[in-house]
Design a protein around this ligand. Structure first.
Ligand code: ASP
Ligand code: MG
Length: 411
């Protein structure tokens, strides 16, 4: 018997029919003797619908009242799911974030969880009740309703699992797990049985949008075993854990997945004076404009000048280009230019730590396809390259193939 926290996303509770199906699923676990805490999102499309209503009144609305509005979505779902469980003869009890209480800071629309009071839930669980908690919401210390940012129900699930010391946090969604890469790009992409928190974080930050990044960080920090699985199909899903079983590593590939990000843009200043403070002078105004910089590259200086390149999110391209052009002339640089038709491809895997030659293998694979690498960056468990946008599909497929990540037919 275990204590399970299960989170069901918007599509999984998108209609009365689906809510009834979730109730049946939850009961099947309850019948196996598990204690069940269920976290739900708003019915699919509801958070967007509410946001649109608010925007009709004020397109720039933010803050307290937006949170009051958005949290109603989840409140609907907890009530309906509890009713469906009760109809089936099971004691169920719904909780809003504030009722739990999930205490957050007061950063409306993107609050962070400070603490969770597990006392009431513990008591109800002991009485055999199924607990249904509204995801994505909390209260600050003055009792104001807050939300955790879009996709925040994942974080509610993980945080509750940590606070209750649950055996596993299971995220039920519309995909059946985490894949070696996006199956829409590589049809042979394979579902992973297991991946580490670190790898999942890299994959998620690179655009594999299965889980909210903050939820993965939280799970890693508190070592909560996290499982992603389908609401609609049977299966074991993918377990995200810190624990790499030594026996498993025999078969464990060096590379776990290929991630990519289409939303990249690159800015370059050529011929900047190679003097102290130049990087700061260029990137200072960029960060003052609230633009996040990803890769940064500076060449070895020659003739007293150097070249400086960095990447930003494509949405920030126009603003960044303007800043860089102004800077180039005030610094007396030769020229400033940009390219917003670039993408980033990355290979991710903890196995890289113990295997040499992974980078050169990656570059070899890309060169065989005639793909030119514009920038390279590495971390302990990831190697990223920037290439032209037109090479995205070809590059991802070649890497997936070259690192042997495809489905094993012999099974
Ligand atoms: N309903 C919220 C959203 O759509 C929270 C969530 O589903 O995780 O972002
Ligand atoms: Mg979600």
């Amino acid at each position: 018997m275990a204590l399970l926290v299960q989170k069901y996303g918007g599509t999984s509770v998108g209609s009365i029919e689906r809510i009834e199906a979730v109730a049946d699923k939850v009961i099947s676990y309850k019948q196996q003797g598990h204690d069940m805490v269920i976290v739900v999102s708003a019915m699919s499309g509801e958070t967007n619908r509410l946001t649109t209503l608010a925007h009709e009144i004020d397109p720039s609305v933010r803050g307290r009242e937006l949170d009051v509005l958005l949290t109603t979505g989840e409140q609907v779902t907890i009530a309906l799911l509890s009713m469906a469980l009760q109809k089936r003869g099971y004691a169920a009890k719904s909780y809003t974030g504030g009722q739990v209480k999930i205490l957050t800071d007061n950063a409306h629309n993107k609050a962070r969880i400070v603490s969770i009071d597990a006392m009431n839930i513990d008591r109800d669980l002991k009485q055999g009740k199924i607990i249904v908690v509204a995801g994505f919401q909390g209260v600050d210390e003055n009792g104001n309703i807050t939300t955790l940012g879009r996709g925040g129900s994942d974080t509610t699930g993980v945080a509750l699992a940590a606070a209750l010391n649950a055996d596993e946090c299971q995220i039920f969604t519309d995909v059946d797990g985490v894949y070696t890469t996006d199956p829409r790009v590589v049809a042979e992409a394979r579902k992973l049985d297991r991946i580490t928190f670190e790898e999942m974080l890299e994959m998620a930050s690179l655009g594999s949008k299965v889980l909210q990044i903050r939820a993965v960080e939280f799970a890693g920090k508190y070592d909560v075993p996290l499982r992603v699985l389908s609401s609609f199909e049977e299966g074991e899903g993918t377990l995200i854990t810190s624990d790499i079983n030594e026996d498993d590593t025999v078969e464990q590939a060096v590379i776990s997945g290929i991630a990519f990000n289409r939303d990249e843009a690159q800015l370059t200043i050529n011929g900047v004076p190679d003097t102290p403070g130049v990087a700061y002078q260029i990137l200072g105004p960029v960060s003052d404009a609230n633009i996040e910089v990803d890769m940064i590259l500076q060449n070895v200086g020659a003739d007293g000048t150097t070249d400086f390149t960095f990447t930003v999110n494509r949405n920030d391209y126009d603003t960044a280009l303007e800043i860089v052009q102004k800077k180039a002339s005030s610094l007396g640089a030769r020229e400033a230019s940009g390219n917003n038709k670039i993408v980033k491809l990355s290979i991710v895997g903890v196995g890289m730590r113990s295997h040499a030659g992974i980078a050169s293998k990656m570059f070899e694979i890309l060169s065989k396809e005639g793909i030119n690498i514009l920038m390279i960056s590495t971390s302990e468990i990831k190697i990223s390259v920037v290439v032209e946008e037109k090479y995205l599909e070809l590059g991802v497929r070649a890497l997936h193939d070259g690192f042997d990540l495809a489905e094993d037919d012999s099974e």
